[in-house]
Design a protein around this ligand. Structure first.
Ligand code: GTP
Ligand code: MG
Length: 356
């Protein structure tokens, strides 16, 4: 899973990412896109590691891109932002980082701290970039449809679709509302429209705002996860050893680590759940889309397992934790043999039976 952190100048993107990945913070004002792998904390894997004592435990990871901060206050800044945005059309989703912390040492964007305004500016920019992409496509396809090539009919369909998208954007409707069929979805898949990507809003709060609630439902759909994070504090926390960290978190009343909140929000925005495997001494979490069937889950682990799929021996993590052992689960009839159409549930522990 690839995620890009977007935000205005000095909103705290790099500090957030450093606190998630444990890597050092790149210098303020860096103009490069930085990349870091963030492990997804999972208490179930922690528990299972104690239980099975595998040689190796592999947590899911999120591949994060940290972009230089955007500055839409002048033409030069806008052009730079557009160039950067066009480089990240391949990501699965965006985390929009908004500054809410007050700090005289860090001059705020447009001289005031205003997360709501910043969110509006970021979303407008993504929309404008999509509008530009549509215009470029239309220009190209309008020339192409006059040529009597093999793809002429398909080109005409593509052009009609781009015009529908353009009309949607211009009348302030989301472009998703203009995509009606799977064939249309397929036609634009490779273009990477930005406003079709799921988003998470991450508000970088000050130490005095840890419990502050933010409501952006005037700006974004109510299904968009909103998470708060105090980047400065979280960065200090990751420098500590586990015991002191736990102590500090308890003192501050922080119940969930930033990494856990961050990963949870990203998974929820993408509609992901995880199943778990214990195979040849490796314990591992596999993120999949909600609604994935056992056959496709098998394919995640290995194409051979999908090809030779026989059954998925499945039990629930919660049941194992409650009953204490696989033997007890068996006695209670809680280990099931599921077929290829079984819809995998979050926290399922699966052993695939296959034959190749
Ligand atoms: N007080 C306070 N300062 C912060 C916090 N987060 C970041 N900063 C400071 O804000 C400045 C910018 O932080 P960065 O993490 O580099 O922000 P950025 O968004 O990556 O910056 P650019 O990439 O240059 O746009 C640094 O001086 C940080 O120390 C915070 O939660 N509280
Ligand atoms: Mg940065």
């Amino acid at each position: 899973m690839k995620v890009a952190l977007l935000g205005l100048l000095q909103s705290g993107k790099s500090t957030i990412l450093a606190s998630l990945s444990g890597k050092a913070i790149p210098p303020v004002g860096s103009t490069k896109i930085e990349e870091a792998i963030v492990p997804v904390p999972d208490e179930r894997l922690d528990w299972l590691t104690e239980h099975y004592k595998p040689k190796k435990t592999t947590y899911a990871t999120i591949d994060c891109l940290d972009l230089p901060g955007f500055n839409f206050t002048d033409e030069h800044g806008r052009a730079a932002a557009r160039r950067l945005i066009n480089q990240i059309r391949i990501v699965d989703m965006f985390v929009l980082v908004l500054r809410a912390f007050e700090d005289p040492a860090v001059p705020p964007y447009r001289n005031t701290v205003n997360p709501d305004r910043d969110l509006a500016e970021l979303r407008t920019e993504l929309l404008l970039a999509d509008l530009e992409l549509v215009a470029t496509r239309i220009e190209k396809l309008e020339k192409q449809v006059h040529k009597p090539t093999k793809t002429q009919a398909h080109d005409k369909a593509k052009l009609a679709l781009q015009k529908k998208l353009q009309e949607a954007i211009e009348s302030e409707r989301p472009i998703s509302s203009a995509i009606e069929t799977d064939a249309e979805r397929e036609m634009i898949k490779s273009l990477g429209f930005l406003t079709l990507k799921p988003i998470v809003v991450a508000v970088n709060v000050g130490e005095d705002q840890l419990n502050k609630k933010f409501d952006f439902t005037d700006r974004v759909d109510s299904t968009v996860p909103v998470t708060t994070i105090c980047a400065k504090l979280e960065y200090e926390l990751v420098q500590l050893d586990a015991d002191s960290r736990a102590e500090f978190m308890a003192d501050l009343g922080i119940t969930e680590s930033a990494a856990s909140k961050f990963a949870g929000s990203c998974h929820s925005a993408l509609g992901l759940i995880s199943f778990l495997t214990v195979v040849s001494d490796e314990l591992r979490a596999w993120p999949i889309k909600q609604g994935t069937v056992a056959l496709d889950a098998a394919g995640k682990v290995h194409t051979d397992i999908k090809r030779g799929f026989i059954r998925a021996e499945t039990f629930a993590f919660d049941d194992l934790k409650e009953l204490g052992s696989e033997k007890a689960l068996k006695a209670a009839g809680k280990i099931r043999l599921e077929g290829k159409d079984y819809v995998v549930q979050d926290g399922d522990i699966i052993r695939f039976r296959f034959n190749v």
